[in-house]
Design a binder for this molecule. Structure first.
Ligand code: DGT
Ligand code: CA
Ligand code: CA
Ligand code: ZN
Length: 582
């Protein structure tokens, strides 16, 4: 093992000892040993061979032996044992700038942080800032450090891609050489995660556009700079391609690069069945080999034209996943998709009573500001103690407060008193029926034991669905996109149970969740499953998440009629079995 690697091992030993809270003198020995090696000018191998390592100031006997072993064998039992004794997630935290052993120890002991994921959560909840020796600044630094670390991960949340597109696209569109510009690819299809951005531009003068794109602000690397195609990496890690095509090709290129591949394959097959050939360049009659008759290409002045040339109605980008959209467009049977404006309220929201950042009143005010007809409050239940879940007494107080606010006429949005009740590990709910009966509705969610085996989890969820007081299940799979896998379960069985019991499933609109996944919604909704799109808001601006939820719903072919919270207040009251005012 060479010097550089040995230094790293020594530093990691020091850090692990810190995390374990070992003797500070012992810890310091490793860090100062690492520093000594760093500044040592002589060749480490020579020093060792001449037997003089032990004489170097700052390197004691124990350290000398370890360095010599590492240098000779590349291994050290002491190190291996230590590594095995520290939770793996804790060592990941070292990759966050500003975090060393002592801070990690504090985070682990005082907040139960054991992974990047739980650290992000603790920061978002403001808990890190409250720790002694941390503060608001440190918390912010940690959060941005985590973001940077993720930056080079392969995919990005649609929500984050959207911010980048909103920054770049208007500037691109306003360049004088640009006729038209769009962001295509998975972003345009509203995929929950996006690999790279694909900008398509119509212009007959590409060169200045290429120059602009590759010298834009916020670029960390230009990976390709061609005549009509360039690729960049942005600060933050996201990659973007830009293609310039002649104006007459624009809609064919836009369609092609919007994808998906499966959709494109179906479209090309459809074209072939009509004797046409479809590509990113255009649509033209297939070459007739034995004919001298030349027929010109078909023009498209909009994307609609591309579809109608194939006898298809327009397929919204959200549906272009090869899930039968081309066949449905042939028959003119595409659904009228849900729109953001259709939403009239939502039901899964938190306040300062549990782990939200805004009070009940602030949330109500925001609902009014957004013109919503109703707002459901569903704070955590008592078993979610890490989220300051409400016990019976605090929940009843909140129910009372909500009643009083409704009676006061202060807000035009009707408030509903609910709870996000934990589904305990056997499927039992966190509150007794007697209490649940006092609520307007119940969102039942899993927050612990997410790694149960498939059958156990399926049974657990079904039992919750069968509980008479449960209105809907929250964030079915518990996945956190790009961070945490979905819990294993037999989704179809859960959907069957929801249908049999007339219960709803949530489409959690948090851009990191988008759960239940849109891939299940098409068929489930066809069978009659009702969807409720909820932001799971922990702060006022989280209501914006509803937009991500609507995108996911559209990918699941959902229309207004499939979504509970598009309904009017009186319909909602009816559904919940509550009296409708005259
Ligand atoms: P991403 O970036 O991984 O989130 O996914 P996309 O869908 O944006 O994929 P990308 O960026 O590789 O390519 C953009 C679109 O271009 C893709 O959706 C369909 C089209 N495309 C790219 N390569 C192929 C291909 O080999 N065959 C076909 N049929 N279409 C392709
Ligand atoms: Ca892409
Ligand atoms: Ca691409
Ligand atoms: Zn939850």
């Amino acid at each position: 093992m060479d010097k550089k690697d040995i230094i790293e091992v020594l530093e990691r030993i020091g850090t692990m000892l810190e995390i374990k809270g070992e003797n500070p003198f012992k810890i310091r020995a490793y860090f100062s040993g690492a520093r000594t090696l760093q500044t040592m000018e002589e060749d480490l191998g020579e020093v060792i061979n001449s037997g003089k390592l032990g004489e170097v100031p700052g390197i004691g006997k124990a350290l000398t032996e370890k360095i010599e072993t590492l240098h000779a064998t590349g291994e050290l039992e002491f190190y291996d044992i230590l590594v095995a004794s520290v939770p793996a997630g804790l060592m990941d935290l070292l990759e966050v700038p500003g975090l060393g052993g002592k801070k990690i120890k504090a985070l682990h002991e005082q907040l139960g942080v054991d992974s990047i994921e739980s650290l992000t959560l603790a920061c978002n909840e403001g808990k890190v800032a409250e720790l002694k020796g941390f503060g608001e600044k440190t918390q912010e630094k940690i959060l941005s450090g985590i973001k940077n670390r993720e930056a080079y991960a392969a995919r990005h949340l649609w929500w984050d891609a959207r911010k980048v597109v909103e920054r770049i696209l208007p500037d691109l569109q306003s360049l004088p050489e640009v006729d038209r510009a769009e962001a295509a690819g998975s972003f345009r299809r509203g995929m929950e995660t996006v690999g790279d951005l694909d900008f398509i531009v119509a212009s007959s003068n590409p060169s200045p556009i290429m120059d602009w794109f590759t010298t834009m602000e916020g670029i960390s690397e230009v990976t390709a700079h061609g005549d009509t195609k360039s690729s960049i990496r942005l600060e933050g890690g996201m990659q973007a391609d830009l293609r310039v095509v002649p104006p007459e090709q624009f809609y064919f290129a836009l369609h092609h690069f919007t994808g998906s591949k499966d959709h494109n394959v179906r479209m090309r097959q459809k074209a072939l069945s009509l004797g046409l050939s479809l590509s990113e360049w255009g649509l033209r009659p297939e070459e007739e080999k034995d004919s001298s008759r030349k027929v010109g290409p078909i023009e498209a002045h909009s994307e609609e034209d591309v579809f109608s040339a194939l006898g298809l109605t327009f397929v919204p980008p959200a549906l272009r996943e090869g899930m039968g959209e081309v066949e449905a467009a042939e028959r003119g049977e595409l659904p009228e998709l849900l729109q953001y404006e259709d939403l009239r309220g939502c039901f899964h929201n938190h306040t300062t009573a549990s782990d939200g950042r805004n009070t009940l009143e602030e949330m109500a005010e925001e609902a009014d500001r957004r013109g919503w007809e109703y707002l459901g409050i569903a704070d955590h239940s008592k078993s979610s103690f890490q989220a300051n879940g409400l016990d019976e007494e605090r929940l009843l107080k909140q129910v009372q407060a909500i009643k009083e606010l409704n009676a006061s006429g202060r807000y035009s949005a009707r408030l509903f008193a609910g709870s996000e009740v934990d589904i305990l590990s056997g499927g039992r709910l966190d509150f007794e029926n007697e209490l649940l009966e006092q609520l307007d509705y119940v969102v039942a969610s899993v927050h612990n034991g997410l790694t149960q085996d498939e059958d156990t989890m399926t049974q657990r969820l079904i039992r919750a669905i069968e509980h008479p007081r449960v209105t809907m299940l929250g964030h079915l799979s518990g996945r956190l996109l790009l961070r945490r896998e979905a819990s294993k379960m037999k989704v179809q069985k859960v959907i069957d149970a929801a249908l049999a019991n007339g219960k709803m499933l949530e489409l959690n609109a948090n851009p990191m969740r988008l759960d239940m996944d849109w891939r299940h919604w098409k068929r489930a909704a066809e069978r009659g499953l009702l969807c409720c799109i909820n932001p799971d808001a922990h702060a006022l601006h989280h209501f914006d998440y509803q937009l991500a939820g609507v995108h996911a719903a559209r990918k699941g072919w959902l229309g207004r009629e499939n979504v509970f919270n598009t309904r009017s207040l009186s319909e909602v009251l009816n559904h919940l079995g509550l009296p409708v005012p005259a």
